[in-house]
Each structure stands twice: as C-alpha cells, then as structure tokens.
Design a protein around this ligand. Structure first.
Ligand code: AMP
Ligand code: ZN
Length: 490
C-alpha cells in the first residue's frame, strides 16, 4: 500500500513496523452536536483505508478517541443547562448511529477523553519533570514549545523566532501562530473539573490524543489520521508533547483528508449549506448513496458536494445492485466466455491497484463499472456464460468489502431517522413523500401489488392503474418485466 505521508510530503509505503499489526489512530469527533457530512467524509475515507488494508491481509489495530470535554462542549452544555456527561452522551450515541448507517466499521478501541484523565496527568507530570511543561499563576499548565526544535515539521511551517513564554489558552487558535499551548486548564467556576496531582482542572484538547494514542498503541504509531484542519496546530502539538515525553518518533505516517465543500463553498450554518447525515436522510436521500458519494472522490482531492452528484450516486448504486441481482439470479448458458473472464480479471486488478495507489477510490470505482458495463452487455447479447458468474461475484465481493454499498438497508435507516425526527419534533422537515412511503410496510405494498396483478388479469385496468399511480405518488415504483412484477422504494 502506497499512501501520501503529510510528514515529508511524499507517497510512501504504509506498513507496520515492529509489530504484527498496523497501529492506527484517528482523531475522533467532538461530541457537542450532530456530525456533519464533512466530518463523515474524513471518517469514511479512514474506513475505506482500514477495510482495504485488511482485505490485503494486513492486521490493523485502530483506536479512535471521543472528545467529550472541551471549550465548545462546556459552552453548549451550560447553554442547554445540562451536565456535560448527559449532554455528550446524546451526541456520542448519535455519532455511532450515523457511523453505522454509513457503513463505517467500529474501531477496535474507542477511548473517551473523560475516562483517560489519569493518563493525561501522568504525561503532563512527565513533561513537567523535564521543565517542558510549566505551571502558571492561575494553576494551568502549558507546553514550552521552545524546547521542541522540530516544532512545525508536520505542517512545514517555519516558526523562526518563537517567543519563549508567549501563550494561548483556547483549544483552537489562529493559524500560523506558534505559541505555548495549554496542557491543563485550571478550574473555573461552574466548569467540570478533576482533582489531580497537578491541581484541579481539566485537560487541553491536544494532550488528550497524545495520552490516548500512547496508552493504547505504544510509543510509536504506524499511522495517524484526521481532517486537514487538524494538521496545525493539533497534530503538531500532539507530536511535540509525545516526542518530548518518549524521545521516540510518535507517528511514522500521517494521513489528512481534504475538506468537503458544499455547492462550491465552505459549509457553514450561516450560509445555509450545512448538512448533517440526518438532514439528508430526511430529504429522502439514501444512506448508501451518501456513503458512495463521499468516498468516490479521492481523499486528497477537494470534494464539492452537490445534490446533483448525490442523485447520480443514487442511480449508480441502483445500477450496481441490479447488476448484482442479475448475476445472483443466473440462468445463463453453460460454459465460460473468455472476453468476460478477461474483463473480470482486469476489473479486479484495476480495483486493487487503484486503491493500493494512494487510495484512488475514483479509479477503483471506475474499474468496477467497466466490468458492470461489459458483463451487462454480454448478458444482453447472450454471450455471458454461467462459468463467468462465480468470478464476477467474487470481484463484486472484493469491491463491496471496501465500498460496502450493495446490501440494501436504506429503508430501515431512513425509517430510524424518521423515528428520531418525530422524537425531536422535527418531522416537519421530512419530505412528505418519505413519510407516506415509509408508513407503508413491505407487506402492505406486496398486497397492493398482488391486487393490481389480479385486477389486470380480470381486465380491470382502471383499478390496476389507480393502484400503480397511488403507489408512485408515495414514492414506490412498480416495475413489470418478463420475469414478473417487482417493486422498489424510490
Ligand atoms: P470535529 O468533531 O470538529 O473534531 O471533527 C471531526 C473530524 O472531521 C476531524 O478529523 C476534522 O478534521 C474533520 N472535518 C471537519 N470538517 C470537515 C470538512 N468540511 N471536510 C472534511 N473533514 C472535516
Ligand atoms: Zn487528535
């Protein structure tokens, strides 16, 4: 596997060093609100990478943190009048529900910041023992970046003339400013805090990831991932803290996912172009189409999300699923068609080579669609043979092991989103068609479709058309084919 390494700025081989498994860490969500599709772009590409590595036979140990204490959480939970644990629990649960809906596999280890306070304190104590961490008058602790000459090596910023002792105490600070940053924040009235050996307070954001990565993965990690905004200062600070404490290279390989834009602009609530997964599900888009779209643009390319591209993604999934069903159904003449066999092999090689080449998901996807096109054409012309089907299904299985879009759980996921919207008093945001469509169970629809077939047989075409049109208005399509009648939800 060749993957771009932000550290050094080159494509390099990704492999485990000194252990049988690849030790991998990703900065997880800050659980102060629902995740947006930009967040999920990052988590989805990490999922694709992990799935592909395993498919290639590499063992992977993946750790992700949950930031459940930080400035934003403290501010929002206070505004909501709730203790932070109760406040964050809701959004952590929502994050995993959304991840599941998007087919993101759970990490081997999920670590909550609030459960690792002693580890963070121990790390700060270690830094303090070498005078790299220092305490200020109010009882906070800061990292002395003048003590880490490599500061800036990841983002390749030049911090000439770092001013010793210039400090910043918020978790996120302005770009390009190298400042001593907070490791531990002294308690403030009304804020959650912990009584520890370094005083009463709460951790800074950066120390969290260092402590959890070192705790679960050891002193040297193979891979660390996150969105591109985290490169500086967050990851730069993680490196400084960890390497000063352990005197070892913290992480060999850094992967950063480029930001998602929406309709050409930065996503923001005030611009009205800010979408969570749930917003899109309520508009009637399928979870599988959202996954497929977000992973189809390679992670290092800037991605522009549009509703047009989401509709295209929905259609692409229909083509794939129809093709998959056609292959499963079989009924082809005996034998093996050499041209189809060659196309199948080419698709497999193209798929694997593209992903191994810096996770080029667009080319991997194109390789599979070449096969769909060739095999569909051969099936239409009657040249595809039953002996081709096993290999085609195997290659589709490889594709789906990474892309994970063939299994249709979309209606179930949308139904869960509607249940959630109802509980939150947000059902009014749902597309009306969706509400009526999902109110009909599969059994209700089967019964109506059977009634229509019966009506047609007894030449009651008025009734047959009425049922068809009524279902269509509810977003259910009836398809008559030579193999019988099928229906599907739009
Ligand atoms: P947060 O919950 O804000 O800490 O973000 C979780 C992850 O989403 C981090 O890895 C961020 O870098 C990433 N992220 C945030 N916004 C975007 C975006 N617009 N596009 C891609 N990744 C993003
Ligand atoms: Zn982090």
């Amino acid at each position: 596997m060749e993957l771009f390494n932000t550290l050094g700025g080159k494509i390099e081989t990704l492999e485990p060093v000194g252990a049988p498994e690849l030790r991998m860490y990703c900065c997880g969500p800050t659980v102060y609100d629902y995740g947006h599709i930009g967040n999920f772009r990052t988590f989805l590409h990490v999922d694709v990478l992990r799935r592909f590595l395993r498919q290639q036979g590499m063992a992977v140990k993946f750790v992700m943190n949950i930031t459940d204490v930080d400035d934003k959480i403290i501010r929002n939970s206070a505004a909501a009048g709730k203790p932070i644990a109760e406040y964050t629990e809701k959004y952590e649960r929502a994050f995993f529900e959304d991840s599941d809906a998007l087919g993101i596999e759970r990490p081997e280890i999920v670590a909550r910041a609030t459960a690792c306070i002693p580890d963070m304190v121990a790390l700060i104590e270690k830094l303090a023992s070498e005078d790299i961490a220092y305490k200020t008058e109010d009882g906070s602790w800061y990292f002395r970046i003048a003590r880490f000459p490599d500061y800036g090596k990841l983002s390749r910023k030049d911090f000439e003339g770092i001013e010793d002792g210039a400090r910043v105490d918020v978790d996120e600070y302005e770009k390009d400013a190298a400042r001593d940053f907070a490791l531990w924040k002294a308690t403030k009235p009304g804020e959650q805090s912990w009584e520890t050996g370094i005083g009463r307070g709460r951790p800074g954001w950066h120390i969290e990831c260092s402590a959890m990565a070192l705790k679960y993965l050891g002193e040297s990690l193979d891979l660390h991932c996150g969105g591109e905004d985290l490169m500086f200062p967050h990851h730069e600070n993680e490196i400084a803290q960890s390497e000063c404490a352990t005197h070892h290279t913290f992480v060999r390989h850094w992967m950063h996912v480029r930001f998602l834009l929406v309709e050409g602009r930065k996503m923001s609530k005030s611009e009205g172009n800010f979408y969570t997964l749930r917003d899109l599900l309520l508009k009637g888009y399928r979870a599988s189409a959202i996954r497929f779209l977000l992973i189809s643009v390679p992670y290092r390319n800037q991605m522009n999300f549009t509703f047009e591209s989401l509709t295209e993604s929905t259609n692409a999934i229909d083509r794939l699923r129809n093709f998959h069903q056609r292959m499963l159904k079989g009924g082809f003449a005996e034998g093996l068609d050499e041209a189809v066999a060659a196309a199948t092999l080419k698709a497999e090689q193209g798929f694997t080579a593209s992903l191994a080449n810096d996770l080029n998901t667009a080319e991997a996807r194109a390789a599979i669609f070449d096969l769909v096109r060739a095999a569909n054409a051969a099936a239409d012309q009657g040249t595809l043979r039953s002996g081709n089907v096993g290999e085609i299904l195997r290659v589709l299985g490889l594709f789906d092991g990474v892309f994970a879009v063939l299994k249709d759980t979309d209606a179930e996921i949308t139904r869960a989103a509607l249940t959630w919207a109802e509980a939150e008093g947000r059902l009014g945001e749902a597309a009306p068609e969706l509400v009526t469509n999902l109110a009909l169970s599969d059994a209700d629809i089967d019964a109506l479709v059977a009634e229509r077939t019966q009506a047609k047989k007894s030449r009651n075409f008025g009734r047959a058309d009425a049922i068809r049109n009524d279902l269509l208005a509810k977003g259910i399509l009836i398809e008559d084919s030579k193999d019988g009648v099928r229906w599907r939800r739009k």
